[in-house]
Design a protein around this ligand. Structure first.
Ligand SMILES: Nc1ncnc2c1ncn2[C@@H]1O[C@H](COP(=O)(O)OP(=O)(O)OP(=O)(O)O)[C@@H](O)[C@H]1O
Length: 227
C-alpha cells in the first residue's frame, strides 16, 4: 500500500515562555492509502491537535508533514486551502449543518461556494452521495427535520463531495446513541471498502475503535502504539 500521509517529529506548542504547553512531542506516524484507522488516547493527549494539523488547518511548530508526496510545511496558505478542498474531508462531533437548508443543499453548498457556482454535476454527485448514505427519501428535508444519526450521515456525504483521499473525523459518533453510532460506523466501513477512502477517526468509544482496521494510540503527544 502506498503512503498517503507521513508526519515525523511533529511538535506543536501552544503559548510562549512560562505558559507554553507542548502538546505534540516528536510525534511520527504514517497513513497508507485505504487505511481505516482509529485515533485513541486519553483526553488532552493531542488527538484533535493532530487532526487539525493533518487537515492543514493549523501548522505544526516544527517537524515534517507530507501528503500525497507534497511538503505541507512549505506550502503557502493559499496552496494549503486549495489542497485541503481537493484532497481532505472533515466530519466533526457536531455536524455543523446549516439548519434551514435541505440535506442536499448542505452537501453541495461548500463545493458550490468554493467553485463560485452550483453545477448540475455537483447536484448529481450530492444526490448520489445522499443515496449512498441511505437518505434518498430525505434529500429535500431540512437539517432540522433529521435525526442526529441522519444529520451525521449528511455530514459524511458532505465530506465526500470532492472525492477526498483522506477523511478526518473528530469524535463523529460522540453525540449519537449506540444504534446510530453503529450505523454511522457501518457506513464509514462501507465507503472505505468501496471507494478506498482513507479514514482517521478520533474516538473514546472502544467499539468504534474495534470496528476500524487499525488503532493508533496517542499518549502525551506521541504515538504509543499502532504505527
Ligand atoms: N489553541 C490552544 N491553545 C492552548 N492550548 C491548547 C489549544 N488547543 C489545544 N490545547 C491544549 O492541548 C492539549 C491537547 O488538546 P487536544 O484537543 O488535542 O486533546 P484531545 O486528545 O483531542 O482531547 P479530547 O479527547 O478531550 O478531545 C490540551 O491540554 C489542550 O488544553
Amino acid at each position: 500500500m502506498s503512503v498517503l500521509v507521513e508526519v515525523s517529529d511533529l511538535v506543536k506548542t501552544f503559548g510562549e515562555g512560562d505558559t507554553a504547553t507542548r502538546v505534540l512531542r516528536d510525534l511520527s506516524m504514517v497513513l497508507h492509502e485505504g487505511d481505516l484507522a482509529a485515533l485513541l488516547g486519553p483526553s488532552g493527549s493531542g488527538k484533535s491537535t493532530l487532526l487539525t494539523i493533518l487537515g492543514t488547518l493549523m501548522r505544526p511548530t516544527s517537524g515534517e508533514h507530507r501528503m500525497l508526496g507534497e511538503d505541507m510545511t512549505q506550502a503557502s496558505d493559499a496552496a494549503l486551502t486549495e489542497f485541503r478542498n481537493r484532497h481532505i474531508g472533515f466530519v466533526f462531533q457536531f455536524h455543523h449543518l446549516l439548519p434551514d437548508f435541505t440535506a442536499l443543499e448542505n452537501v453541495i453548498f461548500p463545493t458550490a461556494v468554493s467553485a463560485g457556482r452550483e453545477t448540475r454535476k455537483a447536484r448529481q454527485r450530492g444526490e448520489e452521495l445522499l443515496q449512498r448514505v441511505g437518505l434518498e427519501e430525505r434529500i429535500h428535508f431540512k437539517a432540522t427535520q433529521l435525526s442526529g444519526g441522519q444529520k451525521q450521515r449528511v455530514a459524511i456525504a458532505r465530506a465526500l463531495m470532492n472525492q477526498p483521499e483522506l477523511v478526518l473525523a473528530d469524535e463523529p459518533t460522540g453525540n449519537l446513541d449506540r444504534q446510530s453510532a453503529e450505523q454511522v460506523m457501518d457506513l464509514i466501513r462501507e465507503i472505505n471498502t468501496v471507494e478506498k477512502t482513507t479514514f482517521l477517526i478520533s474516538t473514546h468509544d472502544e467499539k468504534i475503535a474495534a470496528a476500524c482496521r487499525r488503532q493508533i494510540k496517542v499518549v502525551d503527544g506521541k504515538v504509543e502504539s499502532g504505527d
